[in-house]
Design a protein around this ligand. Sequence first.
Ligand SMILES: Nc1nc2c(ncn2[C@@H]2O[C@H](COP(=O)(O)OP(=O)(O)OP(=O)(O)O)[C@@H](O)[C@H]2O)c(=O)[nH]1
Ligand SMILES: [Mg+2]
Length: 389
Amino acid sequence: MAEYKSFKPDWAPEKNDKAFACSVMDGIEGITDTTVGNINPQLEKGRRKPIRKLVLPVEEYVNGVAQGNRMVLSRAITLIESNNSDHFAKAQNVLQQLLPRTGKALRIGITGVPGAGKSTMIEALGNMLCNMGHKIAVLTVDPTSSVTKGSILGDKTRMGTLSRNQNAFIRPSPAGGTLGGVARKSRETMLMCEAAGYDIIIIETVGVGQSEITVRSMVDFFMLVVLTGAGDELQGIKKGIMELADAIVINKADGDNLLKAKVSRGEYERMIEYIRPATEGWQTHAYLCSAIKKTGLKELWKVIEIFTKMTKEKGSFQKRRENQLLDWTYSMIDEHLHNLFFDDPVITGRMPEVRQSVLTGKISPTQAVAELINLFDIERAAKRHSGIF
Ligand SMILES: Nc1nc2c(ncn2[C@@H]2O[C@H](COP(=O)(O)OP(=O)(O)OP(=O)(O)O)[C@@H](O)[C@H]2O)c(=O)[nH]1
Ligand SMILES: [Mg+2]
């Protein structure tokens, strides 16, 4: 470009005066400013985006989801994720009507250290299952995910072929919020996907302690993806997480890594012996796989099928689902009561003084609790009496 600027044809006059026809007219001020708009009203009209109704009537969500309409499903999930109380009530109404259609899918959870290859494995496994005629929904539970959903956008590109598959539906974790809030939204999203006809739900979790336990409490089969490496690396994996797993999958068992992976498998098998199995009557094992070379995936799916058949026959599948439902209910009650108490203005007003009294040894923690609960009870009773609720 610099060359072009300095280029001057030899017929051009020395001085660019008014007599020279090849001059550039002055531009119209403000035309590059996008807030000003286009001077051609026709163009401007064509450019305007169609106005979409943000929230649909309840029946449209129910019917759309039941028919497997992906657009409506997406919007129903957005409703679930909304923190607006009207949206919450509507989402619950929609869910209530779709409840009879839920519960038929197989729910699989995948955890593992960052970079273990979870997304790549979901992409490979997901495509394989779609080709077998299944419909796959992929969700992520990530309480740390920011509003920008940056990591998930990355995931969508990592799951490039799966996200374009008509039989797959990928939905990122709801952004931000408490783990409890994210968990509720993810559980309800899972139910929506089931109602829309997805028969396998895969949930990826980021490996940050508590979220693994949350995902374990949502799924039938839970697998831990690990990398090769013995000794120190093996010790780095918390025993607690291994106790949650129905399968340990050593990924990246390809190329030069294959031999090391086989050694790791032996190490994991020995470790598992000392660990209580996650599922009654099922022996957890370590398996090799390569998400990139797509090896070991068919075998892994076979393991999941055997697990499902066995647990269904023995009744532990159903028992786990029932326990999960009750745990979910109780944990929501816990969270609700916790918020009710700590958000109560009478409690927040009294708290600094009580805290000070505990710290200076004026009252014991037990006395502090008794005082605060008493205050809370009296305040609730007064509100009830005055008909506030
Ligand atoms: N050689 C080899 N590389 C793999 C394999 N699976 C994944 N990778 C690579 O490992 C890197 C991380 O893979 P991801 O699938 O993003 O890992 P992840 O566990 O989802 O990572 P986070 O979502 O960040 O926790 C990528 O560069 C992949 O290409 C495999 O089977 N073999
Ligand atoms: Mg990932």
